[in-house]
Ligand binder design. Structure first.
Ligand SMILES: C[S@@+](CC[C@H](N)C(=O)[O-])C[C@H]1O[C@@H](n2cnc3c(N)ncnc32)[C@H](O)[C@@H]1O
Length: 431
């Protein structure tokens, strides 16, 4: 198979980009040939400045009635930003093995050799795995019959460290000739730092199963973000666009207005990234996260970066919040970064009871952000401002960070003074 050239992402993350909207160094305008079938990039063929304007407009549509929406922060180079690439494997009727993505709204696999938004090295590794399957007699998994072995391949790359993790998602824990397979793959790509076999033996549309077996290396990769080193396990969440993530976190921590004394709560904390960045200028940080592997990563990350003022808990954020509120605990600043579905009332009502002075809400869905901000603004908070970030160029998605601050008591209690003489009282009532 012809080797495709890929660029070194180290240079891209190193360079600082302006936080304001800037003209993109525009290379292609005609778009991707697969865009219509794939459905992943609804803005393929749309000039980048126009994409940014549409996303800013979208955030204004949802958030404009609550607060000022600052200009969107775009990328200088909006290509190949994804540090995580996922490919589903299948076999055509004529026996040809294909790998790529599901056609929008279906489970029909479309073959993808390369993608404008994915890391190019990761695409090359996936193409080469596809090319190796026949000689290793590895059958692709058939979702209808449940027959076959290889379901998906996930490649994650630390753009700063250069470390690469390959996750082979199999329907069984047994990969025949596994040592030779890993050896052959590493011969093609010596830059691979770890290979993990993930067992997914369920009839499910979830990509990853629960069991990971390390075939080569440490079973995780590390990447540097905001001057800190983070360990990332196969099923832990890690932002897919590190160039924009650094800008997003910088804005989020700035909104928090930390002075070194605050008690900070990082809800939906993943591997602890936001909390760890905040811990540099906070008194104490508490992080909570549902995914066990991510919490394990977060604890290791705190040790690795010598952060002594941060603790992580493995729990549902809503449940944890309710318990904190019941124990009458207080926090000064709340960071919250829930999944697309947003938060829930258990979480939000307890957040109000904990009464943080500031809430910094990071969201990848402006609609659920607006819904949750509506709740908070009805319960003693004021949305101050928000700023969209283009974390996902060419797609319709947009990330937003929003600052809310607690209204002073004076603002939500109206004090009324009445003179006794002004009141129409009987002599008995006067007494
Ligand atoms: C958008 S990610 C943000 C992670 C992290 N703040 C970051 O920037 O990398 C949302 C995280 O919430 C976690 N999560 C989902 N539902 C949760 C829940 N009910 N309670 C706690 N964490 C949850 C997910 O596992 C994921 O790590």
């Amino acid at each position: 198979m012809k080797e495709k050239k890929y660029t070194d992402r180290k240079q891209t993350t190193g360079k600082k980009q302006s936080p304001e909207r800037k003209p993109a160094t525009w290379k292609k305008a005609d778009g991707c040939a697969l865009a219509k079938k794939c459905g992943g990039c609804e803005y393929q063929g749309v000039p980048y400045q126009k994409q940014l304007a549409k996303k800013e407009q979208e955030v204004k549509k949802w958030m404009g009635s609550y607060c000022k929406v600052l200009p969107i922060v775009g990328m200088e180079d909006p290509y190949h930003y994804r540090n995580k690439v996922h490919a589903v494997f299948d076999r055509l009727k004529n026996g040809t093995i294909i790998s790529g993505i599901y056609k929008e709204g279906t489970h029909t696999v479309i073959n993808v050799d390369s993608c404008d938004i994915e890391d190019e090295l990761s695409d090359a590794i996936i193409r080469d795995i596809r090319g190796m399957l026949k000689s290793f007699k590895i059958k692709t998994y058939d979702e209808d019959t449940g027959y076959g072995l290889l379901r998906h391949v996930l490649v994650r790359r630390g753009f700063t460290t250069g470390q690469v993790m390959v996750v082979l998602v199999l329907a069984s824990p047994i990969l025949p000739s596994k040592n030779n397979f890993v050896k052959a793959l590493r011969k093609l790509h010596p830059e691979i730092s770890t290979v993990v076999l993930n067992v997914n033996d369920k009839r499910t549309s979830m990509v990853l199963g629960e069991r990971n077996i390390t075939l080569y290396g440490k079973g995780y990769i590390e990447d540097e973000l905001c001057g800190l080193m983070f360990r990332i396990s196969p099923s832990s969440f890690y932002q897919i666009n590190p160039v924009q993530t650094e800008k997003l976190y910088e804005a989020a921590v700035k909104y928090a207005g930390l002075t070194g004394k605050e008690r900070v709560f990082d809800a939906y904390c993943g591997i602890g990234t936001i909390g760890m960045v905040a811990s540099k200028t906070a008194g104490e940080v508490i992080g909570v996260e549902l995914n066990r592997d991510a919490v394990r990563d977060a604890i290791t990350n705190a040790k690795r970066n010598n952060r002594k003022n941060i603790r992580f808990y493995n729990d549902d954020a809503g449940k944890f919040m309710v318990e904190m509120a019941a124990n009458k605990e207080k926090v000064d600043v709340l960071f919250m970064d829930p999944p697309r579905a947003g938060s829930d009332e258990a979480f939000l009502s307890s957040a109000v009871k904990l009464a943080p002075k500031r809430i910094v809400y990071v969201s990848c869905n402006p609609e659920t952000l607006a819904r949750d901000v509506k709740y908070l603004t009805k319960h003693g908070y004021e949305a101050k401002e928000c700023r969209p970030f283009d974390m996902f160029p060419f797609t319709g998605h947009v990330e937003t960070v929003c600052l809310l601050s607690k209204l002073h008591e004076a603002k939500h209690h109206v004090n009324v003074r009445l003179d006794m003489d002004e009141m129409d009282l009987t002599a008995a009532e006067r007494r």
